[in-house]
Design a binder for this molecule. Structure first.
Ligand SMILES: Cc1cc2nc3c(=O)[nH]c(=O)nc-3n(C[C@H](O)[C@H](O)[C@H](O)COP(=O)(O)OP(=O)(O)OC[C@H]3O[C@@H](n4cnc5c(N)ncnc54)[C@H](O)[C@@H]3O)c2cc1C
Length: 224
């Protein structure tokens, strides 16, 4: 059984890989018995001389370490993980990061684009329920972990700005970007905002929050 050394380094093996949605894999690694983390933290995976960071979606008590990984065009790591055989060993360090739930100080609003939903999945699996989640995705079939998030969180709003005609008016999909929801739908108030995903979303959302929700707190994890 692998162990975590005193610098937070350990090795883990690939035990499973499955498609969560078109272009998004769920990757499952073995978990050393002495590895502990807080939901929302990430691991740094080393691969042939370069490193990439991935947020764990598995809960703090799970037997394995799980990630959701979007395949990026010409992406070095994301194309390698697609080809890696079951049993492949990876070198990791961590846990890293401070994007963790701060407790119920103000009503929590989680905002994610794409696989930026990963820390919120881990929050849910760690027992957080009292939050609104805005999840932006390119299409309805890329709303990964929707069933879990909808079941656990007080409110889940999928946001799809280019909704195909056959989905228009269906379900509870908000047919615009997450930033538009913050600008036009969220009631005035003081919130704890947790933003995770693409830099462009975080920039737009931060500007709107500064403008409309001035006394709120903002916590940020940027993926690109
Ligand atoms: C703290 C942290 C946590 C992260 N957690 C996750 C996670 O849970 N899941 C996840 O999928 N990613 C996550 N990322 C992003 C991840 O670390 C990699 O950047 C991403 O997987 C691309 O790596 P790559 O080697 O495949 O592509 P690279 O070889 O690094 O990039 C190839 C090309 O794609 C562009 N590119 C890089 N990232 C993206 C992107 N997200 N979308 C579109 N184009 C991109 C690059 O600019 C470059 O032109 C996280 C990043 C950080 C900093």
């Amino acid at each position: 059984m692998e162990r975590v050394d005193d610098r937070g380094r350990f090795s883990a093996r690939l035990v499973a890989r499955r498609w969560l949605a078109p272009g998004i894999l769920e990757v499952r690694l073995t978990r050393p018995a002495d590895f502990a983390f807080m939901p929302g933290q990430f691991l740094r995976i080393g691969m042939g001389g370069y490193q990439r960071d991935y947020t764990m979606v598995s809960g703090p008590d799970a037997d394995t370490i799980d990630f959701c990984i979007a395949l990026v065009e010409k992406g070095r790591f994301s194309s390698e993980i697609l080809k890696a055989g079951i049993g492949t060993a990876f070198q990791l360090t961590g846990p890293h990061g401070h994007f963790i739930f701060q407790g119920p100080v103000n009503p929590a609003v989680f905002v994610a684009t794409g696989t930026g939903v990963a820390p919120f999945v881990a929050f849910c699996r760690g027992g957080v329920e009292a939050a609104l989640l805005l999840h932006g995705a390119g299409s309805p079939d890329r709303l990964i972990y929707r069933d879990l998030l909808e079941a656990v969180l007080h409110r889940y709003v999928p946001c799809i700005s280019r909704l195909p005609g056959d989905h228009a008016g269906q379900g509870n999909i908000y047919p615009h970007r997450v930033s538009r929801y913050l600008e036009q739908q969220l009631r005035p108030g003081t919130y704890d905002f947790y933003l995770c995903g693409r830099r462009s979303m975080i920039r737009d959302a931060t500007a709107i929050i500064d403008d409309r929700f001035g006394h709120s707190r903002i916590f940020i994890e940027t993926y690109d």
